[in-house]
Design a protein. Structure first.
Length: 428
């Protein structure tokens, strides 16, 4: 029907075109009236339906076009929905794939992280799992090689540390013995002076002179002088004998402590040192006995009354004694160097709570030359000393010994010329 309609419209259009040409010719010829009559009689009547048909045909085509556009719109919407659905599926698959990849990578990374944490904690026996030939597996293999190398290096370092520790122990023991022998030598000099006062050789010669073969030839005045000398010497001998005995007892006690120090050092590598029940007051007393008194010293040494009220605890007595000997000796030396007339060394202690339970803090305080802040942070290192001519072994040994007792040492000072506080912390 549409093709026939189009053919008819096309034919009518050609016919209309011819009639309009004819009408135009009439107008040109001056026959306007004839042209108007022709338009009314022929064109209007004959082609009025043509224009209506054209309008109808245009309306139909417009409706068809609108229907086509609506169809395309529906198709576009369906295509848009399909595209959105496809993109959603692709996005979902991407998220799932990324999640799986992250899970796999995270699990591998967590494995490597756990191995790294074990290494940082000192465990060099744990190896990273190797699965396949991917980059993570190659990294794990390289890490295992590194761990094996670290284990070998640590073993060598431990061996070196052992021998270095043995050398430090010997050096520390010698240092402690030197400190402990100094008061023994002083006491022996005192005993020697007491024995010299007795003048035993002169007494023996006087007795021999009186009892000798020529005794009868001794003049009465000479005899009286000799007898008076023997009497006075006997009284001096009687007076000095208890003092010499007391000095010898003190020397014997100090030598016994020295022997114990040597025995302790000889047992160092054979077995753990035994714990004893001790009080801090007893340890300070033994340390002061080893230090002794120095002739000409005007330094006041005080022990706070609180020390006597502290409860007994379990520790290695001889090690504590040696640590305090070093700390007290260093404090006394610092006061001597300051040249103060009011030199003071005070020992105090306090038992207090800590994160690990309870701890005993022993403070050795002096008003000597003090130390700088830089020296306070380094004074316990090997080879570091505030003493001229010292090898820096004493305080280094003390720090190692305190560590072996599950404790620590700390040095504090407000600066040079303002004294020092050495604090020994013992975890009870």
């Amino acid at each position: 029907g549409n093709e026939r309609r189009l053919l008819r419209l096309d034919h009518d259009y050609e016919d209309l075109q011819r009639q309009l040409v004819l009408m135009a010719s009439l107008v040109n010829m001056g026959r306007k009236v004839k042209a108007q009559e022709h338009f009314k009689r022929v064109i209007s009547r004959r082609f009025g339906g043509f224009f209506t048909e054209i309008d109808n045909w245009i309306a139909i085509k417009r409706a068809e076009l609108q229907a086509t556009e609506a169809g395309f719109s529906r198709i576009n919407r369906r295509n848009n929905y399909s595209t959105i659905a496809a993109l959603s599926v692709i996005l979902l698959l991407t998220v799932i794939f990324a999640g799986a990849l992250v899970y796999i990578l995270e699990s591998r990374i967590r494995e490597l992280l756990r191995v790294t944490e074990r290494i940082s904690a000192g465990d060099l026996q744990t190896m990273a799992p190797v699965r396949g030939h991917d980059e993570f597996s190659r990294f794990a293999g390289a890490m295992n090689t590194m761990i094996a190398g670290l284990a070998v290096s640590r073993k060598r370092l431990l061996e070196q540390s052992y021998y270095s520790g043995m050398a430090d122990m010997v050096a520390g023991t010698i240092h402690n013995l030197r400190n402990s022998l100094a008061p023994v030598v002083v006491d022996l000099e005192v005993v020697q002076g007491r024995l010299t006062n007795i003048r035993s050789e002169q007494l023996c010669r006087a007795i021999d002179e009186i009892n000798g073969k020529a005794a009868g030839d001794v003049a009465n005045a000479r005899r009286r002088d000799l007898l008076e000398f023997i009497k006075l010497s006997s009284l001096e001998f009687k007076r000095q004998l208890p003092l010499v005995k007391s000095d010898l007892d003190e020397i014997s006690a100090k030598i016994a402590l020295l022997v114990e120090v040597m025995n302790q050092a000889s047992r160092y590598t054979a077995a753990e040192r035994a714990l004893e029940t001790v009080t801090l007051a007893e340890v300070i007393k033994d340390a002061m006995a080893l230090i002794g008194e120095r002739e000409g010293d005007t330094i006041t040494i005080e022990t706070a009354p609180e020390v006597n009220s502290l409860a007994a605890f379990r520790s290695q007595r001889i090690v504590l004694v040696q640590i305090l000997v070093n700390l007290i000796d260093n404090g006394l030396e610092a006061v001597r160097k300051s040249g103060r007339a009011d030199g003071l060394l005070k020992i105090n202690a306090v038992s207090r709570g800590s994160e690990k339970g309870r701890e005993l803090a022993v403070m050795v305080m002096d008003n000597g030359i003090g130390i700088s802040k830089e020296m306070a942070g380094r004074i316990f290192q090997r080879g570091i000393s505030s003493k001229s001519g010292s090898y820096g072994l004493g305080l280094h040994w003390c720090a190692n010994a305190a560590s072996s007792l599950n404790g620590s040492l700390r040095a504090e000072s407000d600066g040079e010329g303002r004294g020092t506080v050495m604090t020994l912390i013992l975890n009870l």
